[in-house]
Design a protein around this ligand. Sequence first.
Ligand code: EPU
Length: 439
Amino acid sequence: MDSFLIRGGTRLKGKIEISGSKNSALPIMAACLLGEGKTTLKGVPRLSDIDSMSKLIGELGCHVSRHEPPANIAEAGEPSLPALNGPLDIEVTDENMCEARYDIVKTMRASICVLGPLLAKRGKAIVSIPGGCAIGDRPVDLHVRGLQKLGAEFRTENGNIVGEVRGRLKGCRMYLGGAQGPTVLGTINVLCAAALAEGETVLVGAACEPEVVDCAELLIKMGAKIKGYGTPEIRIEGVEKLHGAEHRIIPDRIECGTFMIAAAMTNGELELKNCNLDHLIAVVDRLEEVGVKIERQNGTIFVSSNRRLNTVEMTTQPYPGFPTDLQAQLMGLLCLADGMSVITERIFPDRFLHVGELNRMGGRVRKEGPTAIIQGVKELQGASVMASDLRASAALVLAGLVAKGTTRIDRVYHIDRGYEKIEQKLVAVGASIERVKEK
Ligand code: EPU
């Protein structure tokens, strides 16, 4: 378990290239189980969660291989880190296996994304039930309900969801929302299954996140007939077969938002390359209200701040609202604002493990149910803190960058799950971060 030692107080200045989206790449890799022939994915980041998904679909009979980066890129001076990632080829070579084992599912909840593709293509799926996690209770009832409506039958057996389909799945009109609104991976699971179902499926209350759109675009390239993706009503006309395709994963909007907040916190000036600011409209809106300057030129964003930060009130919401995956990082920023801010977490009401750690660094944050009240302070101080989940850990890295003195963050494997080479990217723009390997 590695740790980070961060010496705070440096102003970030320079260019960072944003990687491909983890949350888009993971379900898209699972969707490749649906195809016949090779699918080539460009822009897949190198992350431990991607390794886990490669292992999982590998056990399910896929051949997964990464191309070496083109020689001309590797030789061209100092290429950016994401440019060094060669495309990933995925080809199904054996369709006999149908089980996602607990060992893999427990490390990565996105494993649930194989459920829909396996049922649609192989007629059977055994997926270990994902347990709770650091950000709260995370049920999969909506995934199961949606697939049941398409005709799959389910039972639970020894901690596994066992699903079977007699014949072919059948399209229907269904409502997919739950108590907390739409489900991102649930929408993708049902969308993938419906792509091979008989007849038309209409998903009402579907998630509109860019990751859903990215997966729908891959499926269309594979031969699926889908309309309305990116809206709450998706229409899918099932086809009998899907083939391999080539696809580039969208930029990681959460990584981009995290670096935007890093620039704001350190009074810095960052040029973020390979971004899609349209995916971050609510984030830009809130950051501008805080006083952050954001400009865009094609796929590049320029972010700067003069560190007089205004307070805001913000609620996390499904897309296009402010994403829960940037709530912790925004809280880190608001710890330094001029007065009191309020954050309400509507997607995962218990996603507040970072509160105690930010307070150890001198923050003044009080939690009341799904709401955090943040009293801005003049400065944060370095401390030993613990990474608890991916985004909470990112918030601690940002706090460490601006804190007085040294911050030690333990258990950074959480960060490695979702931020590609975060310390190299930050060091390149002036941060002082050292990875300490556990002996
Ligand atoms: N929900 C249910 N039943 C279900 C599924 C979800 O009640 O069957 C609830 C959840 O408990 C939550 C809400 O619905 O309250 C929304 O959850 P959603 O299903 O949308 O979350 P997810 O698809 O499992 C993805 C991301 C998360 C991100 C959420 C919300 C991936 C791999 N994960 O999870 O990302 O927070 O959408 O945007 O795409 C992260 O990257 O750190 C992360 C946690």
